[in-house]
Ligand binder design. Structure first.
Ligand code: F6R
Length: 614
């Protein structure tokens, strides 16, 4: 999704802005641009495609300036063209914008009547013209911006500079993330702190409704659309630059698949002693857990699949009702908010627009009705909006996930969800001590089982060759491996562009079996559990129709290689944790198929890492 970088310094910041944009490339974009103020002129370059195109253009033009703004655009209004790329300029004002201005049509027609000429099809251009108009009646750039912000409806983050005010950089946050990077005698802005890590590890996180005025030496923040001065804390991060490098791996996705043992180890170590939960784990949430009768999970995409598995776990393991819903549906269907419920948002980024809106809407409705609910975020970004806005949070310690396709975030979400349920089960006395000890031991063992599973990489690569020419694919699983079937299908379609569907294997004969012929690869997730015999019958149904089976099975499942049945033996795992382990082969399969098909694995077409617009 769109990315913003901006800065004001004594030195030339052209390279810093470009490097920042490169670090945002993983989020997905289709054009990039940059504007610097030099000698009271705006110097702008924009290019369609990768940041490298912009970098070359900026070098050719010797772009130079100590204040500027830059942007990667993910098209929403208007095609990915140079004219639609940001920054947008009106007279002496240059603007970059993330998010959507919902009422831009109305503002545009007003501005056209005043004589402004629009050159792009974007919603963002209205902001530049509005500020240019406001500058006629306001003494400072800050005042002009402050006067127009209440006119804008929607979710947005803005970076603004003015040719005649080369000492002022203005930043606005309203529904789209924006952070200030604090340097020594210099300040920067970005929609993602990752962009600024090479230059600082000190950050100020703007809140919704904040407008910030940055100079080289000062930062002033005003809340409520700039009305009231507020101090926001400066936080120091220990994330290091090296986290965002591919190292020896060809793609971030592969690196992140291989980082899963460590990521899970980190995530569980914050909660577990040798054989039990640590006393201080989620201790702030104990009273909330005592006061709940059920859980409602809200999430999108892969995070939603993690939630689906948690539903099986919550009901089977601790006998607690658990619902899970896609955030984009939940937020618009006027759900009944139920008293004594724990609302859990699952999100890698903590900024996903639909999940955040569903959370806020739930909080508001509960408050209006005087209901006793609690909210919790399971999230990979400690500084995210979701973590800041929920009552409690449990961090997945996966480290930055750069590949658009979620891998280590997903398996750490599953680990965190299991830890959460163990804690709730313990607090509510719904979990036998022996079961707790057994699952804790299995969790500790999980990184080793993943390492063993990764040993099958070469075998999975060989199988992936059989998918390269395919148009369609089915994934089947039962119980907690049904969501893994959905996740496998999502992974395959998003990075290889092969059409894939995941089904609960029991649903096969209720429709999808009609698709099975000798061109259809069917991936089966077959851990050794109570459903294995039923799953074997489903495999027979596929084979009888000529389908080719690719089976990831427990080494003791008794499923052997034979004609049109390819079996990869997965190490035996406690069935409770099978979905974590069975995620690994479907990730590897999708990865290899995508590489063989030559797609852009880390930045698949049309997708963005952090979906901060609806
Ligand atoms: C798929 C994927 C997406 C995200 C979804 C939610 O591989 O990564 O489906 O899971 O966009 O994002 P978060 O977890 O950041 O809320």
């Amino acid at each position: 999704m769109c990315g913003i970088v901006g800065g004001i310094a004594e030195r030339n910041i052209s390279d810093i802005l470009i490097e920042g944009l490169k670090r945002l490339e993983y989020r997905g974009y289709d054009s990039a641009g940059l504007a610097l103020i030099n000698n009271k002129n705006i110097l702008r370059e924009r290019r369609v495609g990768k940041v490298i195109n912009l970098e070359e253009a900026a070098k050719e033009q010797h772009l130079n300036g100590h204040i500027g703004i830059a942007h990667t655009r993910w098209a929403t209004h208007g095609k990915p063209t140079e004219t639609n790329a940001h920054p947008h300029i009106s007279g002496k004002v240059a603007v970059v914008h993330n998010g959507i201005i919902e009422n831009y049509v109305e503002i545009k027609s007003e501005l056209e009547q005043l004589g402004y000429i629009f050159v792009s099809q974007t919603d963002s251009e209205v902001v530049a013209h509005l500020i240019a108009e406001a500058m006629k009646t306001h003494p400072t750039l800050f005042n002009a911006v402050q006067s127009i912000v209440p006119r804008l409806k929607g979710a947005f983050a803005l970076g603004i500079v003015h040719a005649d005010h080369p000492e002022d950089l203005i930043a606005v946050r309203e529904g789209s993330p924006l952070v200030i990077g604090v340097g020594i005698g210099e300040h920067f802005i970005s929609s993602d702190q990752l962009a600024l890590l090479p230059i600082t590890n000190r950050f100020i996180y703007l809140e919704e409704g904040d407008i910030a005025h940055l100079t080289r030496t000062s930062v002033e923040i005003f809340k409520n659309h700039g009305k009231e001065r507020i101090e926001r804390p400066t936080k120091e991060l220990d994330a290091t630059v090296s986290h965002a490098s591919k190292g020896e791996y060809k793609h971030f996705m592969l690196k992140e698949i291989y980082e899963q043992p460590e990521a899970i180890q980190q995530t569980i170590a914050q909660a577990l002693n040798d054989n039990a939960l640590r006393d201080d784990f989620l201790s702030d949430a104990v009273t909330s857990f005592q006061n709940i009768d059920q859980i409602q999970i809200i999430a999108c995409g892969t995070s939603y699949h993690a939630g689906m598995i948690a539903k099986y776990w919550a009901e089977q393991l601790i006998d607690l009702p658990c619902q899970v819903e896609i955030a984009s549906e939940f937020r618009y269907r006027s759900p009944v908010i139920i008293d004594r419920t724990l609302y859990v948002c699952i999100s890698q980024s903590g900024e996903t627009a639909d999940t955040l809106a569903a959370l806020r809407d739930t909080q508001k409705r509960a408050k209006d009705k005087g209901l006793n609910i609690s909210t919790m975020a399971i999230c990979n970004v400690p500084t995210s909006s979701m973590v800041r806005e929920t009552d409690h949070h449990l961090l997945t310690l996966a480290g930055p996930e750069i590949g658009v396709a979620s891998t280590k975030a997903f398996t750490t979400q599953l680990s965190a969800l299991m830890l959460l349920l163990l804690k709730i089960g313990q607090v509510k006395k719904r979990l036998a001590e022996s079961q707790l000890t057994e699952i804790v031991a299995s969790l500790w063992h999980c990184p080793k089982v993943i390492l063993d599973t990764l040993q099958h990489n070469a075998e999975i690569l060989r199988l992936s060759e059989l998918f390269v020419e395919k148009q369609h694919c089915l994934f089947l699983g039962r119980g907690t491996n049904y969501p893994i079937a959905l996740e496998g299908a999502l992974k395959l379609k998003e990075i290889s562009y092969i059409h894939a569907e995941g089904y609960a294997a029991g649903e096969l004969k209720h429709g999808p079996l009609a698709l099975v012929d000798n061109e259809m690869p069917v991936v089966i997730l077959a851990p050794k559990d109570d459903m294995l015999d039923k799953l074997k019958s489903n495999m027979e149904e596929v084979q009888a129709r000529g389908g080719e089976l690719f089976v990831f099975a427990d080494e003791h499942s008794g499923i052997a290689n034979k004609e049109r049945q390819h079996v990869v033996d997965i190490p035996t795992v406690n069935p409770w944790l099978a979905p974590i382990i069975y995620s690994i082969p479907v990730q590897l399969l999708s990865y290899h198929v995508a590489v063989l098909r030559g797609t852009d694995v880390d930045q698949p077409r049309n997708l963005a890492k952090s979906v901060t617009v609806e």
